[in-house]
Design a protein around this ligand. Structure first.
Ligand SMILES: C[S@@+](CC[C@H](N)C(=O)[O-])C[C@H]1O[C@@H](n2cnc3c(N)ncnc32)[C@H](O)[C@@H]1O
Length: 251
């Protein structure tokens, strides 16, 4: 993957300042799920940490965290936002090796950014195999249902003093959700810089994920939130959570 495909400097900043709410919302339930990992001083590996919003919550809860992402701009932000992480490093899914861990976590449909369903499967299997026995997996993924819920989504726009964003949505195929994103970020001299990114997400039948993970020693369930209580209203209908536990030594 090219260094600058997703989340170059400007969109990374806009994400951090304006769109961290999902990570904020998920954090307490993930911290609770990971209680036993913290109690034994286990290592948490975060995939697609973005600007480090969940990373920081985990560190503040007393976890040892290795935070990873493909975007160098996101990693720069994460280093500043979560300085207590054990490491913040580049890891490009699905093929970069995932460090052995007591928990692998990922929020913000990171795996849905991979090029196709086979790549998503490879990343899920790699995450399962990275877990120590008894380790915990908590990730979210866009289901095929997500496309239906966004079929007629109107364009989105938001303006702040420092940046503006305009997003156009489309569904180029039943298993693809695309966003054409234009950002304007104000420079120190008051001028505005434009950047454009196209984000293509792959939608999958999440119901088949537990069987895939079971083949790799992880007993998992699909849900709509990381906690026992559903988040109401769901922030993104069709964004599913996969929570699993490694029940045997990975093969
Ligand atoms: C929607 S953002 C979520 C960021 C963060 N988890 C949060 O919730 O704020 C998706 C993240 O996935 C990362 N990403 C996309 N493709 C990736 C890949 N192939 N490997 C690792 N990270 C990837 C992006 O750089 C971005 O930081």
């Amino acid at each position: 993957m090219a260094d600058d495909l997703y989340y170059r400097e400007d969109l990374a900043l806009v994400h951090h300042q304006g769109f961290g709410f999902l990570a904020v919302q998920c954090a307490p339930a993930i911290v609770e799920l990971l209680g036993p990992v913290r109690a034994r001083g286990g290592l948490v590996v975060e995939l697609g940490c973005g600007s480090g919003i969940l990373t920081r919550a985990l560190v503040e809860a007393g976890h040892r965290v290795v935070a990873t992402d493909a975007s160098p701009a996101m990693l720069d932000l994460a280093r500043r936002h979560a300085p207590g992480a054990e490491d913040v490093r580049r890891l490009v899914l699905p093929d970069d090796p995932i460090p052995t861990a007591d928990a692998v976590v990922s929020v913000g449909h990171v795996l849905s950014y991979l090029p196709d369903a086979a790549a998503i499967d490879r990343a899920l299997v790699a995450a399962a195999r990275a877990l120590r026995p008894g380790g915990l997996l908590a990730v979210d993924l866009l289901d095929l249902d997500y496309g239906a819920s966004r079929r007629d989504a109107p364009d989105f726009g938001r303006v702040t003093d420092g940046w503006a964003i305009v997003t156009r949505f489309s569904l180029p195929a039943p298993d693809r959700f695309a966003r054409d994103i234009t950002t304007f970020v104000r420079g120190d001299d008051g001028s505005w810089r434009r950047d454009d990114e196209r984000h293509e997400n792959v939608l999958v039948a999440t119901a088949r994920v537990p069987a895939l993970l079971a083949e790799h020693g992880v007993a998992a369930t699909v849900g709509e939130s990381f906690g026992a209580a559903p988040v109401e209203p769901p922030p993104f209908p069709g964004l599913r959570t996969i929570v699993g536990r490694s029940v045997e030594a990975p093969a």
